[in-house]
Design a protein around this ligand. Structure first.
Ligand code: TLP
Length: 345
């Protein structure tokens, strides 16, 4: 294939020239000794953008979420988490295997956990029950189709959690997509959470890295847990330099990814056999049901791959496509043509 159209994820984005340049020139040191000034700068910028006291660079979103669980909880405690949240669904069971916590699953409205959903899961203290200590939220919500929880929704659910003495961790892997979609600073969405994890390596196109932010004391503890899981990095300024470029110059352009996702979704929605809930198309993720085409999702994905388009089966009948900086309007129109030809409509 001369040129793939890769819609599997925004994680496939390659670093920009500006990132490569910054990486080449990064001032570095041994970060385990706290001597990498570029890492320290990135951690400070990240904390400031999220309105928190301190930040911690970690290797991935998965590591950030795991370190957050390890820092917030003790073994045997219960964590409330939406049923399809990434931290529960896609993180290899790290929650159970390494943090030793017990997930209790919450329902949601298109990925948004409301106070009603939270109330359904809250139980009065009882000798038989585990202690419930943490609520995990996800914004945007990946498996729901990149859906956004508003500032008000975040505020309501977190304040109910606090009434019950819970701490709140936000998996904000794509928090900037949510912020851009809502037209609010990311700090507004991060405000109510005790800790936030966000990714540099998705729509922001940095090659690697996520940040954990929270108050200083909590981040000091998280830094120890990061070391425990082998995440203490040395001259990580090379990575951090790209992250700084990502935060400075790649946030506003996410609006273009959202526009293209809409173009893609509208085009797909008009094709027979394809079902999309347009209400879920709020950012850069498009999830659609293909069962009406007579093909199961894996077969649909394979057939598209043979025609030059990569995407992922998301469930037996659903497919996910994600827009990002390395696809343009032409790629999206071409994708629609290819799907149309494939379905002969
Ligand atoms: N999501 C990836 C896959 O793991 C599914 C993707 O392609 O969307 N939180 C959320 C909400 C995520 O979507 C992801 C990655 C992570 C955490 C984990 O980040 P990484 O991949 O850096 O460990």
């Amino acid at each position: 294939m001369d040129k793939w159209i890769d819609l599997r994820s925004d994680t496939v984005t390659c670093p920009t020239e500006a990132m490569r340049e910054a990486m080449g020139q990064a001032e570095v040191g041994d970060d385990v000794y706290g001597e990498d000034v570029t890492v320290s700068r990135l951690e400070a910028v990240a904390a400031e953008k999220m309105g928190k006291e301190a930040g911690l660079l970690v290797a991935s979103g998965t590591m950030g979420n795991l370190v957050a669980l390890l820092t917030h909880t003790h073994r045997g405690e219960e964590v409330l988490v939406e049923a399809e949240a990434h931290i529960y669904y896609y993180e290899v069971g790290g929650m159970a295997a390494l943090a030793g916590v017990m997930p209790r699953l919450l329902r949601s409205e298109k990925g948004v956990v409301t106070t009603g959903h939270l109330r359904e899961a809250l139980r009065p203290a009882d000798l038989h029950l585990p202690r419930t200590t943490l609520l995990c939220l996800e914004n945007t919500h990946n498996r729901a189709g990149g859906t956004v929880a508003s500032v008000q929704q975040m505020r309501e659910v977190t304040s109910l959690a606090r009434e019950y003495g819970l701490r709140v961790h936000l998996d904000g892997a794509r928090i900037f997509n949510a912020a851009v979609a809502l037209g609010v600073p990311a700090s507004e969405l991060a405000k109510e959470a005790d800790s936030v994890q966000f990714c540099l390596s998705k729509g922001l196109a940095a090659p690697v890295g996520s940040l954990l932010v929270g108050d200083k004391e909590w981040i000091d503890q998280a830094r120890k847990w990061r070391k425990t899981v082998g995440g203490g990095m040395r001259q990580a300024g090379v990575i951090a330099a790209a992250g700084l470029v990502a935060l400075e110059s790649m946030v506003d352009r996410l609006a273009e990814d959202h526009r293209l996702a809409r173009v893609l979704a509208e085009g797909l929605a008009g094709m027979p056999g394809i079902l999309i809930d347009m209400g879920t198309v709020q950012t850069n993720i498009v999830v659609f049901d293909v069962s009406g085409t007579g093909m199961a999702a894996p077969a649909f994905v394979t057939a598209l791959k043979e025609r030059g388009v990569k995407c992922n089966a998301f469930s037996p009948n659903t497919v996910r496509m994600v827009t990002h900086k390395d696809v343009d309007e032409g790629d999206i129109q071409r994708t629609l043509e290819i799907v149309r030809e494939m379905l002969r409509c």
